[in-house]
Design a protein around this ligand. Sequence first.
Ligand code: SF4
Length: 335
Amino acid sequence: MNPSQSTALPGSATLLKVSSLRKHYTVPKRWLAPARPPIQAVDDVSFEVARGETLSLVGESGCGKTTTAKSVMRLIEPTSGSVQLDGEELTTLGAEQMRLRRRDVQIIFQDPYASLSPRLPAGEIVAEPLKNFGMSSARERRERVDWLFGKVGLRPEATRKYPHEFSGGQRQRLGIARALALNPKLIVCDEPVSALDVSVQAQVVNLLMDLQAEFGIAYLFVAHDLAVVRHISHRVAVMYLGRIVEVADRDTLFSAPRHPYTEILLSAVPVPNPRTPSKRMLLQGDPPSPANPPSGCRFHTRCPLAQPVCKTEAPALSPRPSDSPAGHQVACHFR
Ligand code: SF4
């Protein structure tokens, strides 16, 4: 994609700008075996997130959405490309500068239990980032922790409990309180509700939306559950084999998808009314290997509309003609 083409919500101030991001993993060479090509987990991905906006990254397992999100925070070091937060380039920051910048970008993980120290009481887990970022007064930290527990719907006495004493939903609330502690501008949500029961999922998603409305936090939301994505997102970017193939505002994407892959993905969303006939389309074949992605359009080996040109020319992610709302971009020669 041409980095000058904005994928931000039209008319809104950009907080995060990602341009031509790549993450290629080199595969160790085996003795006497020929060198193996790198795994192109993320390849030439560009997008923007506005202040107070939720941009969701969706796609099937292995499409590169989590790698993209973690590369933005440099939890995974990108191979190349640019990540700018508030106009500051993150990819060239030294370790200490990056640590300081992380107070503006926090993360909520899929498995809250694995991301919380089992040896610390909940109050200390949430107070840790405050201590690391200079809040030296124990009384101030305690007050801030009590306030954060209230904001995420945990009772004050829960500060003394250990992570194993919480339910899954409560543990995710704890993870959210920790992410909120430093007043971040952006929170990367890596499948934050996938491991929770459906009823608890709704509570956590609504909590995230309430916190966004109150504090103006932007979310980069990684998910595979399209019902959740539809509920929480302002815009959605669809990824296939390491690249974004379509980006649009939520309503446009769900009501008038254009890329054949998006159409197939959305056709799998269950219809609530059993009398409505299902329009489910099936994706043919297995996803190709990111170590050897197809030439031209990466989707051509599975696309029902593929033509000869699709095998040789990669379609750019580009705006659609005037019949689409502003900001709708698709990477397809024919849509
Ligand atoms: Fe299908 Fe060709 Fe469009 Fe790719 S460019 S999505 S193969 S029609």
